[in-house]
Design a protein around this ligand. Structure first.
Ligand code: AN7
Length: 349
């Protein structure tokens, strides 16, 4: 058993012997074979990398263990980040464990309830601004430039180093790279990290091929697809409500080098995929995560995939993060008298 991704992949991590490791045993998340959606892909083999099973419920923990370990080891006593929610929850948890202070800046009213409750309970100082994620990222960049505080957004290269571990796990499970890797794109750190991970594993001979990277933005927050910043990004998938991604250039490199694409999916397509995953796969992810499957279905509709393809979709965050969207997308509970016969009859049991 490994104690988290640094322990498991230490030779490929920027960690020195004297570094202090802050871990919650993140990583080692399930790669789940599709039970149903696969049949909609032209019979390619489809797997979901379910990052919702990380300790704070998202992939951010992979990056945060490295970023906070390094911050602690370098003598910082506080961390700061901007966030659409998941980064704030993860930073708050790892900072708490490290005995460090966390200040997190979020767009007011635009982060899912579960994420907000996490950052609050882990004891972070939560600051809401009348602005979006891009405004919050500018603020924390300025703070980190002028004050002695570690910036733990994915502009911190240690975040990318940690997040690349997801590619290692997938290859370890499949014994090679998939043909296609599909994931949602917001600030574009994760697509950058996955591509780095695949390339590193290829270089040391762990794989014989590299996947094509397929990234999907929400249509109302699709700067990379449009080719220009989006000043007022809007989407039901609040995690990826980002109009000026910090890793924009790296995302384009991942796309170009891998022979992939970056496209957009509408909120309706995202919510359809979100419900399909729950109804037919038994998988509860958050709306932003379902953007990967929405992208898969969009491409499948154009007969993009072959039956010999192996596809991995990353499901970046746990559905419990966003109870409001879950309830909104579902049939409400039915009120009935406490009468077992009536209940059995109503549902033809
Ligand atoms: C569930 O928490 O940017 O393209 O501040 O929470 O690496 O930004 C979250 C991003 C996808 C996009 N899925 O990843 C934040 C934040 C979920 C996310 C993304 C996010 P990146």
């Amino acid at each position: 058993m490994y104690n988290g991704i640094i322990d498991r992949y230490r030779p490929l991590m920027p960690i020195g012997d004297s570094d202090h490791i802050i871990t919650l045993n993140e990583g080692n998340t399930p790669l789940i074979r599709s039970a149903y959606i696969e049949t909609m892909t032209g019979n390619a083999a489809l797997f979901f990398k379910y990052e919702g099973s990380n300790p704070t419920g998202s992939f951010k923990d992979r990056g945060m263990t490295v970023a906070v370990s390094k911050a602690k080891s370098e003598g910082y006593d506080s961390v700061v980040c901007a966030s659409t929610g998941n980064t704030s929850a993860s930073a708050a948890a790892y900072a708490a464990r490290a005995g460090m202070k966390a200040v997190v800046i979020i767009p007011k009213g635009k982060i899912a309830l579960g994420k907000l409750s996490q950052a609050m309970l882990y004891g972070a100082s939560v600051v809401q601004i009348d602005g979006n994620f891009d405004d919050a990222l500018n603020i924390v960049r300025n703070i980190a430039n002028e004050y002695h505080v570690a910036l733990v957004n994915s502009v911190n290269p240690y975040r990318i180093e940690g997040q690349k571990s997801a590619s290692f796990e997938i290859v370890d499970d499949l014994s090679d790279s998939p043909t296609y890797h599909i994931l949602p794109v917001g600030n574009a750190g994760n697509i950058t990290a996955y591509w780095k991970g695949y390339k590193e594993y290829y270089k040391i001979g762990k794989t014989e091929s590299l996947p094509a990277m397929l990234g999907f933005q929400a249509a109302g927050a699709a700067p990379i697809v449009l080719g220009h910043k989006v000043l007022h990004p809007e989407t039901v998938a609040t995690a990826i409500r980002i109009g000026n991604p910090a890793s924009w250039e790296n995302a384009l490199s991942a796309k170009n080098e891998s022979g992939g694409l970056i496209d957009s999916v509408t909120d309706d397509e995202i919510l359809t995929a979100y419900k399909l995953l729950a109804d037919h796969e038994g998988i509860f992810c958050e709306p932003a995560s379902a953007a990967s499957v929405a992208g898969l279905l969009k491409l499948s509709g154009n007969s993009f995939f072959k039956s010999t393809d192996i596809i991995v979709c990353t499901l970046t965050g746990n559905g419990l993060k966003d109870p409001d969207n879950a309830i909104e997308s579902s049939v409400p509970p039915i009120s009935m008298p406490s009468d077992y016969k009536a209940i059995a009859k109503a549902f033809h049991l």
